[in-house]
Write a protein that binds this ligand. Structure first.
Ligand code: TGC
Ligand code: FAD
Length: 392
C-alpha cells in the first residue's frame, strides 16, 4: 500500500467542541493506526483475515470498552471518546472497528450491564486488554432482521443448562475465547449466556468467500448439547430488549465509525483531484469533480454534527434508540455513497489497492447490513414518527 497520507477534515470547527482529553485520545488512536495498521491492512484484506497480533495494541489505545469503569479494567471514558476511537479505527478499515465494537459494545457491555459481579471480575479486565476476545451470537440462519424468532434454546438440567442451536455471521467467532449467546429458555424467554471455547459440543466454523469485511474473521457458533454452568447465565436482564440494548451501543459506535471511512475516501479523492492532470489541468478544477467533492464534505459535515449531538445525548443517557438508528442509517449510507463517488474521481486507479477506496466501499456493504439493515433502521424511524409498527 502507498504511504498513509491521511489528513482529517473539520469544515465546521468541530474541534472547538472537543476537550483536551478527547484530542489526546484521538491523536493516540490516529498515530497507532498510522504506525501499526496502515502498513499491513491491504495484506490482511487480501489474505482475508484479521491481524490478531495487533490485539494487545488495541487494548493499549483503549479500543476495548473505553467507557467501561476503571474498576473493571476499562478506561472510564465518555461516549464521545468511544466515538472518536471508532472513527479513527474505521478510517483505516471497518473490520478493525468491528473487532473493537464487538468487544466493547456486544461483549463487555452486556457483561457490565447484565452480568453478575463474579462475571464482571472474571471477564472484563481480560477483555479490556485483549488477553481475551469475545463475540456476540444473535443472528441465526433463519432469523436475521427478526431475531425474536430465534430457535437456539437451553434447557434447565438441574446443575447446568443444555444449549442447542446455531448462530451465523458472527464477527470474530473463529478465534474468540468466549461468546455472549442469546437463546430461549423452556418458556421461550430470551437470555444471554457466556459460552467458553473448549466447552464440549461447541464449534466455530469459519465463513469463507466474503468479498466484504475481509480483514475481519466471520464464522458460525454451533451448539450441540453444550453443558453451560449455571453461573454463566447473565442474571440481570432477559427478553429481546437485552441484546437490542447492546445493539444501541454498537450502532452508536458505527455512526461515528462510518464518518471515518467517509473521511478517508474524501481525503484521498481531494488529494488526487489536485494532483491528477487531464486536459492540461488538475481534474479538481473541473466543475463536475468540484460538485462531487463539495457534496461529499457537506454530507460529512452534516453527519459530524448529528453524531456529535448524539454523543452529547448518550453522555447524559438521553439518546433514544430511534435517534441512534437514524444516525447509523444516515452515516453508513452517506459513507457508501462517498466511497462510490471517490472511486470515480480516482478513475482506474480507484479500483486498485494503491488507494483505500474500493476496500472501504466493499466493507460498507456489510456495515449497511449488519447491526440492523438500512431498511430496518428506516422502519424504526418510521415507527417512531408515526407511532405505527410496520414489523407486526
Ligand atoms: P420489539 O417488540 O419492538 O421489542 C422487543 C423488546 O425490546 C425492546 N426494544 C429495545 N430495547 C433496547 N434497545 C432497543 N433498540 C430496543 N428496541 C426494542 C422493546 O421495548 C421490547 O421490550 P419489552 O420489555 O416490551 O419486551 O421487537 P421486534 O421483534 O418487533 O423487533 C424490532 C426490530 C426489528 C427493530 C429488532 O428486532 C431489530 O433491531 N432487528 C435488527 C436485528 C439486528 O440488528 N441484528 C444485529 C445482530 S448483531 C450484529 O449485526 C453485529 S455486527 C458486529 C460487527 O462486526 O460490528
Ligand atoms: P434478512 O433479515 O434476511 O434481510 C434480507 C433483506 O430483507 C434485507 O434487505 C432487509 O432489509 C429486508 N427485510 C427484512 N425484514 C424486512 C421488513 N420487515 N421490511 C422490509 N424489508 C425487510 N450478527 C450477529 O449476531 N453477530 C455478529 O457478530 C454479526 N456480524 C456480522 C458480520 C458480517 C460481515 C455480516 C455481513 C453480518 C453480521 N451479522 C452478525 C449478521 C447481521 O446482523 C445480519 O446479516 C443482519 O441483521 C440482517 O440479517 P440477514 O442477513 O439475515 O438479512
Amino acid at each position: 500500500m502507498a504511504a498513509d497520507l491521511y489528513q482529517a477534515h473539520d469544515y465546521f470547527q468541530m474541534d472547538d467542541l472537543l476537550t483536551d482529553e478527547h484530542k489526546l485520545i484521538r491523536e493516540t488512536a490516529r498515530e497507532w493506526v498510522k504506525k501499526e495498521m496502515s502498513p499491513i491492512i491491504e495484506e490482511y484484506y487480501e489474505k482475508g483475515s484479521f491481524p490478531k497480533h495487533v490485539i494487545p495494541g488495541m487494548g493499549e489505545i483503549g479500543a476495548f470498552g473505553p467507557y467501561i469503569p476503571e474498576e473493571y479494567g476499562g478506561a472510564g471514558l465518555d461516549q464521545i471518546s468511544y466515538g472518536i476511537i471508532m472513527q479513527e479505527l474505521e478510517r483505516c478499515d471497518s473490520g478493525l472497528r468491528s473487532t473493537s465494537s464487538v468487544q466493547s459494545s456486544l461483549v463487555m457491555y452486556p457483561i457490565w450491564k447484565f452480568g453478575s459481579e463474579e462475571q464482571k471480575q472474571k471477564y472484563l479486565p481480560k477483555l479490556a486488554t485483549g488477553e481475551m476476545i469475545g463475540c456476540f451470537g444473535l443472528t441465526e440462519p433463519d432469523f436475521g432482521s427478526n431475531p425474536a424468532g430465534m430457535i437456539t434454546n437451553f434447557k434447565d438440567k438441574g446443575d447446568h443448562y443444555l444449549l442447542n442451536g446455531a448462530k451465523m455471521w458472527i464477527s470474530n467467532s473463529p478465534f474468540a475465547d468466549i461468546a455472549v449467546v442469546w437463546a430461549k429458555n423452556e418458556e421461550g424467554r430470551i437470555h444471554g449466556l457466556i459460552v467458553e471455547r473448549g466447552m464440549e459440543g461447541f464449534t466455530t466454523p469459519t465463513t469463507h468467500g466474503k468479498w466484504s469485511l475481509r480483514a475481519s474473521d466471520t464464522g458460525e457458533l454451533v451448539f450441540d448439547n453444550v453443558k453451560i454452568p449455571k453461573e454463566n447465565l447473565l442474571p440481570e436482564k432477559s427478553g429481546l430488549g437485552a441484546p437490542l440494548a447492546c445493539l444501541d451501543s454498537a450502532r452508536y459506535g458505527i455512526a461515528w465509525g462510518a464518518i471515518g471511512a467517509a473521511l478517508s475516501c474524501y481525503d484521498s479523492a481531494l488529494r488526487y483531484s489536485k494532483e491528477r492532470i487531464q486536459f492540461d489541468r488538475p481534474i479538481g478544477g473541473f466543475q463536475l469533480q468540484q460538485k462531487k467533492l463539495a457534496e461529499m464534505i457537506t454530507e460529512i459535515t452534516k453527519a459530524q454534527l448529528l453524531t456529535f449531538r448524539l454523543g452529547q445525548l448518550r453522555n447524559v443517557d438521553k439518546a433514544t434508540s430511534a435517534q441512534i438508528s437514524m444516525a447509523k442509517r444516515n452515516n453508513v449510507d452517506m459513507a457508501l455513497k462517498i466511497a462510490r463517488e471517490a472511486r470515480q474521481i480516482h478513475g482506474a486507479m480507484g479500483i486498485t489497492n494503491e488507494f483505500p477506496i474500493m476496500r472501504h466501499m466493499m466493507n460498507l456493504e456489510s456495515v449497511i447490513t449488519y447491526e440492523g439493515t438500512h431498511d430496518i433502521h428506516l422502519l424504526i424511524t418510521g415507527m417512531d414518527v408515526t407511532g405505527l409498527n410496520a414489523f407486526k
